[in-house]
Design a protein around this ligand. Structure first.
Ligand SMILES: CC(C)(COP(=O)(O)OP(=O)(O)OC[C@H]1O[C@@H](n2cnc3c(N)ncnc32)[C@H](O)[C@@H]1OP(=O)(O)O)[C@@H](O)C(=O)NCCC(=O)NCCS
Length: 152
């Protein structure tokens, strides 16, 4: 498996975006392929946020993750965020997300950020295993989420 900047492999958008839209359909029903593609296209950066990475095996996209200025509406006081962590269902539980998270963290530290945030509805155990700590409760679209934090 390799992890590349999405900017270097934008062709993977065509397989990742539909899977992401399908996964979040019940939570984000207003999202279209066009809006998701536009959002991901805004992440085609390497040294300024937002930045996205794609995990791939040869020419097959496995998953992606991003480093964003903001991710949770209402918590614009916190920055930056690990967000957009998504692995295609057939490639899960093989460490793909774990590797993506490490790449995002390393980039945040190399950009001299001292603290990184994320929010999750149900993946607390994954992130705890990766060294993240529970920090605060919040709401995302009416759903309870945990904000987690990682220090440099
Ligand atoms: C959550 C998600 C990103 C995890 O992706 P993943 O690639 O399966 O994650 P990993 O393989 O790194 O870790 C997942 C679990 O598999 C386990 N695992 C990792 N490698 C493994 C291996 N080789 N064999 C068996 N289990 C393994 C990990 O220990 C982890 O278990 P834990 O959650 O109990 O700690 C993926 O399920 C997903 O895309 N879900 C939908 C979107 C989503 O919820 N995103 C997160 C938003 S916060």
């Amino acid at each position: 498996m390799n992890v590349s900047y999405l900017r270097d492999r934008p062709e993977f958008l065509s397989s990742l975006a539909p899977a992401i839209v399908a996964h979040y359909r019940s939570l984000v029903p207003e999202e279209s392929m066009e809006s998701r593609n536009a959002k991901l296209r805004s992440h085609l950066n390497k040294d300024e946020l937002p930045i996205a990475w794609v995990a791939h095996s040869g020419d097959e996209a496995l998953g992606m993750a991003a480093l964003r200025v903001h991710d949770l509406e209402g918590r614009e006081d916190l920055t930056p965020w690990l967000g957009g962590v998504f692995v295609r269902p057939e490639h899960r539980r093989r460490g793909v997300a774990s590797q993506l998270c490490r790449v995002v963290e390393d980039k945040a530290w190399s950009l001299e950020f001292e603290t990184l945030y994320l929010f999750t509805t149900d993946q607390q155990s994954l992130y705890s295993r990766l060294g993240w700590e529970l920090w605060q409760k919040a709401l995302w679209r009416g759903n309870p989420v945990d904000i987690m934090v990682k220090k440099r």
